[in-house]
Design a protein around this ligand. Structure first.
Ligand SMILES: Cc1cc2nc3c(=O)[nH]c(=O)nc-3n(C[C@H](O)[C@H](O)[C@H](O)COP(=O)(O)OP(=O)(O)OC[C@H]3O[C@@H](n4cnc5c(N)ncnc54)[C@H](O)[C@@H]3O)c2cc1C
Length: 756
């Protein structure tokens, strides 16, 4: 600490004392969650003045030749092997040959380095694999996703000792071991750190020798791959009543690898998550003994389990569920557009109805947005970031938007998507929605506590430094550091207040914007709202302090604004990276109009509900003097986006690139064929319409069309009938007392329907 400083000793010191009471206090688990991972584009947004040149210069995500070959080879082959109806309703599991294929082609080893026998894929390649699988079978996608996300593999890579890595990673790569990860228990869901599962340090017998180890007791539930796992990554609270490790009785959350064949373990029972047949179930351990070297990272890492988990989650949360969700939205957009084109009611394709176009427009634009954000996030991870706030945003926003899009797609399909059976290509995705919403941090808690609550502390340019200074045990040093951070913060806030006010009152006219063609005009309002967000966030923290944690509705709205700023940045980047495709412009415009309107609405709601009224009035005066003015995408724009899904085009292909289209007489392929035939025969139908007839045979007789044209119309009509057809079953086929579900449903599947 320097000798004397008037500013520090006379001005900062009283503020330092006051701030110790005002700034949010953090529990150990909160601190570890906040300090996990790093900051990235979120930090730029928090400055209130994001550097657009930096965003646009950020490298895009790309695949290596080897990764591309994997997608075109084993992933395609696997997709062709999958039959979701059979998996979910007949087998209740992936078929044995699919398990073998997954293991043989190392789908469970995408994150494991080559030196251990894994594939060592980039985050982007990993995401692309999950994305393609998700458009074929949610069960297969979840099965492939789990060993590559939070669990033994990831934890060993980050924290394992060399001996642990050398032993376990090759076994995981070769799928000699199937991993699962057990954190959740009946008592501890979202508040996972409150688990009662315990380990007690003791001496015990391991392979005939007496060693220092841990006696474990637990009850976990909801564990994916649990019923078939051979190794369980177990999180528990460690106690040391006999002080065999040190002076502390309570050591804290610890993570260990537990072979599931050990005596005392009960594992194998299954849950039925949303009637999807991926392996998921509870497990129990009673007085299970493991040696100390089964703790991931060894004895050095006892008590550090929470930090390890948060660190592993920081990147992983941005890959699995966002990829599944982006794939789901692309799939629903693609299928709904095609279906709306081939399905006629009131003698016109339903896609011509404005109310259907309203849904289609949203589907198309959301597919554009989510894939933009997915690619940008993967690029960030591949460049070494572990952006905890960005990945939390991605997880919550992607799964939430999938929910909206699947509902839109269900409504567009009507009864066709409701009636379950092999012909329903929407049912599994519909049922998968709540799974994505719930896992890896349930969305309500992620939106209201993590996105902004933790994000404000993590991504803010000064706040975390101030909080760390306040908690510094050496008070003199703490004051010194606080002095630097605090005055930096004050300067930043003043500059930001001027910027936010100026931009708000000029409608962002003078906000910086790069030359980005037709997208240039959107950088200005985005810069305006980034400044508004940064100022409002600063004042919320200043006036609410620790109470902000309990003001979840306010915090959630801040989280929404930060999310929109991130997602819209990614959309602008995609437009630029793809060479400013003019035909895609309606999609970009829709996303921007919708997102900017959401930001204004959330600011308005924050000011209306902010507990400190004078601050709310000041913020409204500075940032939203005329109230919310944006109304979201105009109808003509929504219709332009809908049109993209109703016609074949390069834009339509770009939206759905690399989803699995199927082959032969399968759902999506069948739909694609009908779509194709309907488009090709459109001029013929137009001719019939002008001749005021819908009767193909009569039109042929009257010479309005020739034989070949009549045959083409007939083929199109048959293709459409095959798409519109749904499954039906004899009552006894659906009886709960049926002897063998598999046998009966197989029969049902092979039975021709009325349309055939
Ligand atoms: C299919 C499936 C697979 C899973 N796989 C695994 C796995 O492999 N390993 C594993 O360990 N776990 C797994 N989980 C568990 C999952 O992570 C938990 O379900 C999740 O953490 C939520 O816990 P909970 O279901 O007990 O809900 P609860 O914690 O009871 O939450 C209920 C609701 O309350 C909300 N809520 C809770 N606290 C707050 C708060 N402070 N503020 C606002 N809202 C709040 C939540 O957002 C949620 O909406 C899985 C779950 C499912 C359903």
């Amino acid at each position: 600490m320097s000798d004397f400083s008037f500013r520090r000793d006379w001005i900062t010191k009283p503020i330092f004392r006051w701030a110790q009471h005002v700034l949010p206090s953090l529990s150990d688990t909160e601190r570890e969650a906040i300090e996990a991972g790093d900051i990235w584009w979120d930090a730029d947004l928090f400055t209130g003045n994001p550097d657009w040149a930096k965003l646009l210069a950020f490298p895009t995500a790309t695949l290596s030749a080897e990764e591309q070959a994997f997608l075109d080879g084993p992933v395609d082959e696997l997709c062709r092997m999958l039959d979701d109806w059979r998996i979910n309703w007949e087998l209740g599991d992936l078929p044995p040959e699919v398990w073998d294929f997954l293991k043989a082609h190392k789908f469970f080893a995408m994150i494991i380095p080559k030196k251990y026998g894994g594939l060592e894929f980039s985050a982007y390649a990993h995401s692309e694999v999950i994305r393609k699988l998700s458009t074929r079978s949610v069960c297969a996608a979840v099965t492939a996703m789990v060993p590559n996300s939070l669990g033994p593999g990831e934890l060993l890579l980050q924290f394992g000792t060399k001996a642990q890595q050398d032993y376990w990673l090759p076994r995981l790569a070769e799928a000699k071991e199937i991993p699962c990860f057990g954190l959740t228990s009946p008592e501890a869901g979202s508040d996972a750190a409150s688990m009662v599962d315990s380990g007690v340090v003791c001496r015990g017998t391991w392979q005939g020798r007496e060693v220092l180890g841990i006696k474990l007791n637990w009850h976990k539930r909801y564990i994916t791959l649990g019923p078939i796992a051979t190794v369980l990554g177990l999180a528990f609270k460690l106690y040391d009543p006999d002080h065999l490790l040190g002076a502390d009785d309570e050591i804290g959350i610890t993570v260990a690898l537990v072979p599931t064949h050990l005596p005392g373990i009960e594992i194998g029972r299954r849950h039925l998550p949303a009637l999807l047949a991926f392996q998921n179930g509870p497990n129990w351990g009673r007085d299970v003994f493991i040696p100390m070297d089964h703790v991931i990272g060894g004895v050095e890492q006892v008590g550090k389990g929470w930090k390890m988990l948060m660190s592993a989650l920081a990147a992983g949360r941005g890959i699995s569920l966002p990829s599944l969700s982006a794939a789901g939205v692309a799939f629903t957009a693609h299928a709904s557009g095609a279906y709306a084109r081939v399905r006629e009611q009131f003698h016109v394709p339903i896609g011509r109805f404005e109310a259907i176009q309203e849904r289609l427009g949203r589907l198309a634009a959301t597919a554009y947005l989510l894939d933009a954000a997915r690619r940008h996030t993967c690029a960030g991870i591949d460049h070494g970031h572990k952006p905890a706030v960005v990945t939390a945003i991605m997880k919550a926003q992607a799964t939430e938007r999938l929910r909206v899009c699947v509902n839109d797609a269900m409504d567009i399909h009507g009864g066709k998507a409701v009636q379950e059976g092999p012909r329903n290509y929407m049912g599994s995705l519909y049922r998968a929605v709540p799974v994505g919403i719930t896992v890896e941090g349930a969305n309500i808690v992620t939106r209201s506590l993590i996105q902004f609550g933790q994000g404000a502390i993590r991504s803010h340019p000064y706040l975390l430094k101030e909080m760390q200074a306040l908690e510094e045990p050496d008070r003199a040093r703490g004051l010194d550091e606080f002095d630097k951070a605090f005055w930096g913060h004050v300067g930043h806030s003043i500059a930001n207040a001027m910027r936010a006010w100026g931009r708000a009152w000029t409608g962002g006219l003078f906000a910086p914007a790069p030359d980005a063609g037709d997208a240039t005009r959107f950088y200005k309002p985005l810069g305006r709202y980034a400044a508004a967000f940064a100022l409002a966030a600063d004042l919320a923290l200043l006036t609410l302090g620790g109470a902000l944690k309990r003001q979840e509705m306010v915090s959630a709205r801040f989280g929404d604004i930060l999310s929109e700023l991130y997602l819209l940045s990614a959309v602008l980047k995609r437009w630029q990276d793809e060479g400013r495709q003019q035909a895609d412009l309606p999609l970009l415009e829709w996303c921007m109009e919708d997102g900017l309107a959401t930001i204004e609405r959330r600011l308005d709601e924050i000011f209306a509900n902010f507990p400190n009224r004078p601050t709310a009035w000041l913020l409204r005066f500075l940032l939203l003097p005329l109230g919310p003015r944006r109304r979201g995408p105009p109808d003509r724009l929504t219709q332009a986006c809908a049109a993209i899904l109703l016609e074949p085009s390069a834009t339509r292909d770009r939206l759905t690139v690399d989803i699995f289209h199927g082959s032969g007489d399968e759902d999506l392929a069948r739909l694609e064929r009908a779509f194709d035939l309907v488009i090709k025969t459109e001029p013929l139908r137009h001719r019939l319409h002008q001749a005021q007839t819908r009767d193909v045979a009569k039109a042929r007789q009257q010479g309005i069309i020739n034989d070949a044209e009549a045959a083409a119309l007939e083929a199109a009509a048959q293709a459409v009938a095959a798409v519109v057809a749904v499954d039906d079953f004899a009552p006894e086929e659906l009886s709960p007392r049926r002897a063998s579900q598999g046998e009966v449903l197989s029969k049902a599947m092979s039975r021709p329907t009325a349309a055939e």
